[in-house]
Design a protein around this ligand. Structure first.
Ligand code: 6PG
Length: 251
């Protein structure tokens, strides 16, 4: 892999998945500490899918979890499927099982999406209102997440921002329902303006099957994949790619 690419795109490559998730947990600890020292809280947006499971499990381990002041950590869900909480496909359920139920987090610090399977449009409106009530910003100011965790899909999607889906065009809303034709479903997702205004945006991705798409996302022409629309646009913002050797094998 070219060292210039590693530098310009801030890509960190780890030998194994296990090392990758350990390093991501350590990054969380460091950024939590810095945010809490600077601003008194650490506001996170967590992602679904399979890849982050190992990260959540690592972070929940005593030796790592004990380094975080959980009373100052706030949790939002970056995207969700339109399923009931009990469904194995529920991101909220997965994140709760792997992390939130295992660390000393106050219940009121976790912001849930209520009944995403019932009425996606209303769920998105309600969740956006929850975000507004938490951040209490004036006018058209955007929220600043301290830790915006993202994944990479094999079609280049991120969060629930799929290629060709309407939410890619969203410039005003913070959180929307998004029709995903190819999956014949509706998803709920944070929008690009919010993602890109985060202080730290972390792509966590792994596995040989996504090596070609990662190469294309990082080195191919812009505008082909939704994940290429992710940029650190906040003056204090930083974008990290945390990947394993397998997914980086074509770089
Ligand atoms: C979700 C996501 C999604 C995910 C990618 C990668 O709800 O599925 O948040 O954007 O990060 O699809 O998923 P995997 O880690 O399962 O490959």
């Amino acid at each position: 892999m070219h060292s210039s690419l590693m530098e310009t795109k801030n890509v960190s490559v780890f030998e194994t998945y296990d090392e990758l998730v350990k390093a991501t947990a350590e990054l969380f600890v460091r950024l939590a500490d810095e945010s809490i020292k600077a601003r008194g809280r650490f506001i996170t947006s967590l992602s679904g899918g399979n890849t982050p499971k190992g990260f959540y499990a690592r972070l929940a381990e005593k030796e790592i979890a004990s380094q975080v002041d959980w009373s100052k950590v706030f949790v939002f869900f970056g995207d969700e499927r339109t399923v009931a909480y009990q469904s194995p496909d529920s991101n909220q359920r997965m994140i709760t099982e792997h992390l939130l139920s295992k660390v000393p987090l106050n219940r009121e610090n976790v912001f849930a999406l209520i009944d995403p399977d019932m009425d996606p449009k209303q769920t998105a409106i309600d969740y956006e209102r929850t975000m507004h009530e938490f951040f209490r910003l004036a006018g058209d100011e955007l929220p600043e997440f301290d830790f915006m965790l993202l994944g990479l899909g094999d079609d280049g999607h991120t969060a629930s921002l799929f290629p060709g889906s309407p939410a890619l065009q969203e410039t005003q809303r913070w959180f929307v329902e998004n029709k995903v034709e190819k999956l014949n479903t509706v998803r709920l997702t944070t929008t690009f303006p919010v993602i890109n205004n985060s202080r730290n945006i972390i792509f966590l991705a792994s596995g040989k099957s996504k090596a070609a798409v990662l190469k294309d996302v990082l080195t191919g022409p812009e505008g082909k994949y939704p994940s290429q629309n992710v940029r650190a646009e906040n003056g204090n913002g930083k974008l990290y790619w945390y990947v394993d050797k397998d997914i980086a094998s074509e770089l």
